[in-house]
Design a protein around this ligand. Structure first.
Ligand SMILES: [Zn+2]
Length: 538
């Protein structure tokens, strides 16, 4: 394979490197290097939303899109304003559960955490009836409804983390041990709100959550950034520890029952617990506006159909110093993906014009919870049913060209087949994400496109190098995770990085998009995908 790669390089140098439908066009590594170095330089101050770093970054991105001759995608502007709210909530010291003559007092932080997604300064659940709603899932494709048959007004749903397939030993139940979106807490909060519930209590367990109680404690206290949105929200979103849940169930109508087992049983229906909850949150609210940067290269006869390339521009800004360095440069995360947007745009400009239009979207607020892409999904500038696909790039690999293309959420859509075809043209192979139980498919920007039904691909080479062994790549990935990820040392370094790997991934994404942009086919979600029903209008 090493020899094959060298031949590919050689062929590309003499300009006869065949990229299938994309003719002879090669994504420029020099362009990726130039923008990646610049965006991750100290000049951009770690690219934090609402700071001078944001102003510099978004102006740079808009300016570069204009230089490339791309059209503004939002009227005559390259910017989409993303109004955000910072909610700094303080919950009551106690969450009080009552039932008959029994009373359970849970202590904030040790036993429960609670926030209110509402912007009111004072939000309370007062004697809200508790109903056990299993995994809190409504999944038509699995014929599953944990909320069925109850009027949820004035009630609070008590739910388990993950989905019914987890630990069931049944691979036909949801996706077996691999997490579906129904397993994520974000989904559970959204569904409770859609059902009209007053509040939600999620029961923490380390294994099905894939993180400990301390992660819940740190993540659910302090200011939370969120979007200004018209979507329904409950009054209070909360978690309780596993030990607290045991006490709560012992007081309830489910005393002595194996409630976890019941929740995994087909035909489960919600069960009133004979308990009521009271808890309060006081909020301090601030508002500000950040920006997505978005440009379009219009197509020809199918110009009203779109392919969206996305990459988040934001990172963590200036923070706690490590080795006297306080600027979190975010070279890999995600100057790599943002720089690739320009290189791919350049390649499209150099190619025969595409039939479909190509959109380039640099999102804000990814690090704060995928906020820029969530805002786009709620306020799309191009109709979702005319958007053919999203290709998202985040933290591309700088260890040189890779043999694999690892696909997060492999098996979700036909885009996997497109990726496979293009990978094989480059002497590469595709690989399913090795840890689907961690739910990475639900933790990057592409996911917000999936949520509105747009088939989305999130992939990168990360397993076996063209030159470096599987073992060596594992070491380098571990080094990155331990010493660079979300640290000031995630810096651009010409000496230790091999941007050839980023070029190699960007080349594949360009070829894939170019092919899609010249077809009239809309790739479909697979039958078992939780997004299929959304795309096909239920
Ligand atoms: Zn990232």
């Amino acid at each position: 394979m090493k020899v094959l790669y060298k031949i590919l390089i050689l062929l590309s140098l003499v300009g006869i490197y065949s990229c299938g439908d994309a003719g002879n066009v090669k994504v420029s590594q020099a362009t990726i290097e130039k923008h990646m170095e610049r965006l991750s330089s100290d000049e951009f101050l770690g690219r934090m939303p609402f700071t001078e770093g944001e102003t510099k970054t978004v102006n740079y991105l808009g300016g570069e899109f204009a230089k490339l001759g791309l059209m503004p995608a939002n009227g005559d502007s390259y910017f989409q304003e993303v109004p955000m709210i910072e909610i700094d909530g303080t919950p009551s010291e106690k969450m009080i559960i009552t039932g008959g003559n029994n009373k359970l007092e849970l202590n904030f932080y040790d036993d429960f955490v609670a926030v209110s997604p509402r912007t009111d300064s004072w939000v309370a659940l007062e004697n809200s009836e508790l109903v056990f709603a299993g995994y809190g899932v409504v999944a038509p494709e699995y014929n599953w409804n944990d909320y069925e048959g109850i009027d949820w007004k004035g009630k609070t749903a008590v739910v388990l983390i993950n989905d019914p397939g987890f630990r069931s030993g049944d691979t036909t139940l949801f996706n077996g041990n691999a997490m579906t979106y129904y397993g994520r807490w974000t989904y559970k909060n959204e569904e409770a709100a859609r059902q009209g519930a007053d509040g939600i209590i999620i029961i923490h367990e380390t294994e099905p959550a894939a993180y400990g109680w301390s992660v819940v404690q740190s993540g659910w206290t302090g200011p939370q950034l969120t979007l200004e949105s018209d979507l329904p929200v409950t009054k209070i979103e909360s978690w309780i520890s596993n030990g607290s849940a045991e006490k709560l169930f012992q007081m309830s109508t489910l005393k002595g029952k194996d409630y976890r087992k019941m929740a995994q049983t087909r035909g489960f229906k919600p069960i009133p617990m004979g308990l009521e909850v009271s808890v309060q949150v006081s909020n301090k609210v601030k508002r500000d506006v950040s920006r997505n940067v978005i440009a379009v290269l219009p197509g020809t006869d199918l110009k009203d159909e779109y392919i969206i390339y996305s990459a988040h521009w934001d990172h963590l800004g200036i923070g706690r110093p490590v080795n006297n360095d306080s600027i979190y440069n975010g070279a890999i995360d995600n100057a790599s993906g943002t720089a690739s947007l320009f290189a791919i745009a350049e390649a499209f400009k150099a190619s025969r014009p595409s039939r479909r239009s190509i959109v380039f979207l640099a999102t804000t607020g990814e690090e704060q919870g995928l906020l820029g892409s969530a805002y786009y999904a709620e306020n799309p500038l191009f109709p979702p049913d005319k958007t053919v696909a999203n290709i998202n790039m985040d933290a591309l690999n700088s260890w040189g060209p890779m043999k694999d293309l690892t696909i997060m959420g492999y098996g979700q859509s036909e885009l996997d087949q497109y990726a496979k075809t293009e990978a094989e043209k480059m002497g590469r192979y595709i690989l399913p994400d090795l840890h689907p139980e961690n739910g990475y498919f639900y933790r990057a920007d592409h996911f917000n496109f999936a949520k509105i039904g747009i088939p989305a691909l999130y992939a990168k080479g990360s397993y076996e190098g063209m030159e470096l062994s599987i073992e060596k790549i594992r070491e380098l990935n571990e080094y990155y995770d331990t010493y660079m990820y979300h640290k000031p040392s995630d810096e651009y370094d010409r000496e230790t990085m091999d941007i050839g790997g980023i070029q190699f991934d960007a080349q594949l994404f360009f070829q894939l998009g170019y092919r899609l942009s010249n077809e009239d086919y809309f790739p479909k979600w697979s039958d078992k995908s939780e997004f299929k029903a959304i795309r096909e209008g239920n």
